[in-house]
Design a protein around this ligand. Sequence first.
Ligand code: KIV
Ligand code: ZN
Length: 417
Amino acid sequence: MEEPLLMEEPMIRERITIFDTTLRDGEQSPGCSMNLEEKVRMAQELEMLGVDIIEAGFPIASDGDFAAVKAVSAQCRKAKIAALCRTAEADIARAAEALQRAIHPRIHTFVATSDIHLEHKLRKSRKEVIDMTREAVKLASNYAEDVEFSAEDATRSDVDYLCEVLAVAVEAGASVLNVPDTVGYTMPSEFSRLVKTVRQRVVGARNVTISVHCHNDLGLAVANSLAAVEAGARQVECTINGIGERAGNASLEEIVMALHVRSDRLPFETGVNTRELYPTSQLLSAIVGFEVQPNKAIVGRNAFAHEAGIHQHGVINNPLCYEIMTPESVGVPANTLVLGKHSGRHALALRYAELGFQLSPADLDTTYKSFTALADRKKKVYDQDLISLLLPAVKSRCQKSEVKAGGNQLATTGVAT
Ligand code: KIV
Ligand code: ZN
């Protein structure tokens, strides 16, 4: 008798809400300010990228921020629009006013909970901050169904007190509790424990989402965010290119691709179209005039380039030797070079020249051989691949200017054979 087929259970993937704060926390960082038109353009791109929530600004902070939240609210039809406010009545009213035209508005109110902030910034007692939290969340709930509460500097707060404040926020009507690592101080294992504590002691069986918001002062923002997801957080706050206060916020593209590439360990999904990551990163870069660091994961110009000879050899044989994701999967545009016997060689030289490398006939000969070997195996050859193919000696001989590999900065040649 034939054995019954064992049907594999489809894996249920929980959704991680991607809360983008490029236009608020990101824009707050020096050199990253955007005007109204630029913010609206960026919001359109973020919506196309598929983020769930766009935090468009801090309306009480300036007329510019108010106008931006208002304009983005009118523009975006799909993503939720969040506006930040402190726990003050005027702040909340201003945020609500700016959000009036949003189809899905969210009021995001925050107050600090660490003793150092209470004593030196707010000059409030713990009891006063609890009262402020209750009043603010209640008031915000009168304006919007969707209210998020953030306990600023949560990771340096007394845990019992933090849980007490968060519980008050839930009682008052908050449906999202954000646990920010405001100063980028925590470590993955420690943050994971904190999120689990909040889950057990505050959320329990209630329909409340735990959110995290990590800064990158120790370079741990993405690692901490992912540890929090494993511990039960279901919303992650992040920014394109990781821009933000000081060393920045957790980078959206890194979080999304970590969830995507390591879905074996992290059984979650997001609504992000990964192929829009690179174009979105490039747009932000162009708007703020801030180039992405070359070795930045996912969107840096070297993110897919292989320099070492042994790597090149492996990549030529099979790109998967050193690539855990393809440039295409994050939207890096492919080169449209089409190879032919002679004109292919000419086209290659031309493309190298555009990338800043003038190849001598002998160097072109050597490189062309590697190129054809790679082109045989890879359907699409990227600028990063071309740079990878250059042997170090050739590279140092022929580099005439700064390499500008990748992306939108360069028009692809589209040379026919
Ligand atoms: O870093 C932080 O704590 C913040 C809050 C306002 C969420 O940006
Ligand atoms: Zn922040």
